[in-house]
Design a protein around this ligand. Structure first.
Ligand SMILES: [Zn+2]
Length: 237
């Protein structure tokens, strides 16, 4: 199976990054968000192949606050989020935030999930490398769940994601990516509830999975919604 068919098989609908950011921008515009009165924040992997999404977000929304860790995990916490919250423009007494939070996975030209080619390098590479390393550890039957101070983010990934995986179950990389998407969303939402005053701030959460296909990057949308005056509205994406 080739790359495009694999994408279709595992993801019911996908958009190019430009289509996806445009769609979310247009939907949010109807709810009062625009590039003048809002600040975007991103929570995506550190991998350079993920950064094209940040470039599109910058093009549509302006420079975005960076909440990212390895695998797109939300480890910036209350302090990171509170910092972003102090940087938004204030219009009509309101602040507006748009959070894009997505893990990523690659599909190579032959349709293998988790693999990609990288410019100037022979052989195959994996993406997400951090999730792939964790998946391999689980498959080997040995997972180091202590905090390694020389590998802080990877230690946190193991600790956080193991909470979501039934004991003894070894998810494949695709399932692990979906579990990661849910974990990132949950952590971001929980922290927003503690930090954000919805009387003063409107915000949107845009989640999904970024997929590196042989011919470019795509987004599968998961939960996408806005909270305006404390009321939640689903975005049509
Ligand atoms: Zn990654």
């Amino acid at each position: 199976m080739d790359s495009a068919n694999t994408l279709k098989k595992y993801f019911d609908r996908t958009y190019t990054e430009i289509e996806f950011v445009k769609k979310t921008y247009e939907a949010l515009k109807q709810l009062g968000f625009n590039d003048d009165n809002s600040i975007a924040a991103t929570c995506i992997c550190r991998d350079e192949i993920s950064q094209s999404l940040r470039s599109v977000i910058k093009y549509m929304w302006g420079e975005a606050f960076n909440l990212s860790s390895l695998a797109g995990m939300f480890f910036a916490g209350k302090t990171g989020l509170a910092a972003a919250m102090h940087h938004a423009p204030i219009e009509g007494g309101k602040e507006r935030y748009v959070f894009y939070a997505l893990p990523h996975v690659a599909i190579d030209a032959e349709g293998h999930v988790g693999f990609c080619k990288r410019k100037g390098r022979e052989g195959i590479s994996s993406a997400c490398g951090a999730l792939n390393a964790f998946q391999k550890e689980m498959a080997s039957g040995r997972v180091n769940i202590t905090m390694d101070n020389e590998d802080v983010e990877q230690s946190l990934i193991r600790m956080r994601l193991l909470r979501e995986i039934p004991y003894g179950h070894v998810p494949d990389l695709l399932e692990l990516t979906r579990i990661t998407q849910t974990a990132i969303q949950t952590d971001l939402e929980n922290t927003i509830m503690k930090v954000v005053d919805t009387g003063k701030s409107d915000y949107a959460i845009i989640t999904g999975i970024q997929i590196h296909e042989a011919d470019g990057n795509y987004i599968w949308p998961a939960s996408c919604y806005a909270v305006v005056n404390g009321e939640r509205t689903e975005l049509k994406v």
